[in-house]
Design a protein. Structure first.
Length: 394
């Protein structure tokens, strides 16, 4: 009995200790199992330097000139001599209007001019004769004045007749309708046999569009234009000496082989669209790009000097202002306030708050918590991430 009591006294504490240790071990394991893993995020290492800025806009092509070819005299349209939709050279014959009436008018004007010139010759002879007699006091002052007046009247009549001949010759020339510019012709508006006239309704014959150079018209949002001008004026951005270049993406997705230049930017914002009208000019010698196409214009050449650019999605808008998550070498994310200078497309230009070489979260910011560790997602191509490797913190 004594031995059994002694054994009980020794065994009980030992059992209690083992049970307590097992309980503590189980709690620790459960605690470890219940701790959530660090959130998975994507990061970007900030670099400060010269950053090229590209902006892309919806645009529409247009001919650099579009000229209406109109009839300038009344008559029957005898002939169309051009091929619709084909290139034409400046000065090439396009239409012929019945010239008979205008040939007759020219003949009449030239006949009238001959009569007036004959009258002028007689008046000159008479004036010279009377002036000689007047010098000898052989005729009166009235005779002298009448002779001089007749000569002056004949001279004026000749000038009028000459003007009528010129007008008749011009009108006859208008019966030949030539191409005013080189370009591509459109469909005829009036067919052969139609009566045409200089009136607004009856004068249009066709149009010619110049395709080389080609214009590309687009609108830059007014706020974006203001931002760009502030950057340039402050010296934070530079433009090439020869102006901004433009790359054209055609409707089928191909990039046009030739580069254009911006040749016009309006000085006011269009109240209807809220954009600033701009125009680029492209060489188009083969007429590869047609007017009226909707394309995309990418503006190239602007450079931000010593700039820090971050994606807009990386910036949190808080009551204390914009902030970003900065990831340290210990893989802990901390919020940091930043000063945004300008919005550039899908990015922000950061004026203050970040330095080159720092790492920020660009995807998964809603998962991160200030002062808590994060895991960095491995890039899809298998390259090492810009920040510290995953697993640096457990």
């Amino acid at each position: 009995m004594a031995l059994r009591f002694f054994m009980g006294q020794r065994v009980l504490p030992f059992v209690l200790v083992v049970a307590m240790m097992a309980a503590l071990t189980g709690c620790k394991e459960e605690a470890q199992k219940g701790a959530p893993p660090a959130p998975l995020v994507e990061v970007k290492t900030i670099t400060a330097g010269d950053v090229p800025v590209t902006s892309e806009y919806v645009a529409q092509t247009a001919g650099s000139r579009e000229v209406e070819v109109r009839a300038r005299v009344t008559g029957i349209l005898l002939k169309r001599t051009y091929t619709e939709g084909r290139p034409i050279k400046k000065g090439a014959l396009m239409f012929e209007i019945d010239p008979d009436t205008y040939k007759a008018a020219l003949d009449q004007a030239e006949g009238q001019l001959a009569q007036e010139q004959a009258r002028l010759s007689r008046a000159r002879l008479e004036r010279d004769r009377v002036l000689a007699l007047y010098a000898d006091n052989a005729v009166s002052q009235k005779d002298r004045d009448d002779a001089v007046t007749e000569f002056d009247s004949a001279s004026a009549a000749v000038k009028v007749a000459q003007a009528r001949v010129k007008e008749a010759r011009i009108n006859l020339g208008y019966t030949r309708v030539d191409a005013p510019i080189a370009g591509v012709t459109s469909k005829e508006v009036r067919s052969e046999g139609s009566l045409v006239s200089p009136s607004a309704d009856g004068s249009l014959l066709t149009t010619i569009t110049r395709l080389d150079p080609l214009y590309v018209n687009f609108g830059v949002p007014g706020t974006e234009m203001s931002s760009l001008r502030r950057l340039i004026e402050s010296g934070k951005a530079e433009m090439p000496a020869d102006g901004l270049a433009v790359q054209l993406t055609l409707p089928d997705g191909t990039v046009y082989a030739r580069t254009g230049k911006i040749t016009f930017t309006d000085k006011q914002v269009d109240q209807t669209t809220g954009t600033v009208r701009s125009r680029a000019e492209f060489p188009n010698p083969e007429a590869e790009v047609m007017p009226g196409q909707f394309v995309r214009a990418k503006v190239l050449g602007l450079v931000l000097k010593n700039a820090i650019i971050v994606p807009q999605r990386a910036v949190l808008e808080t009551q204390k202002g914009p902030m970003v998550y900065v990831v340290g070498s210990d893989m802990v994310a901390n919020l940091r306030p930043v000063v945004v200078a300008e919005a550039l497309g899908g990015d922000y230009l950061i004026e203050k708050g970040l330095s080159g070489g720092e790492t920020i979260i660009v995807e998964g910011i809603i998962k991160a918590r200030p002062g808590q560790p994060v895991r960095v997602a491995q890039p899809a191509n298998g390259a090492a991430p810009a920040a510290a490797q995953p697993g640096a913190a457990s």
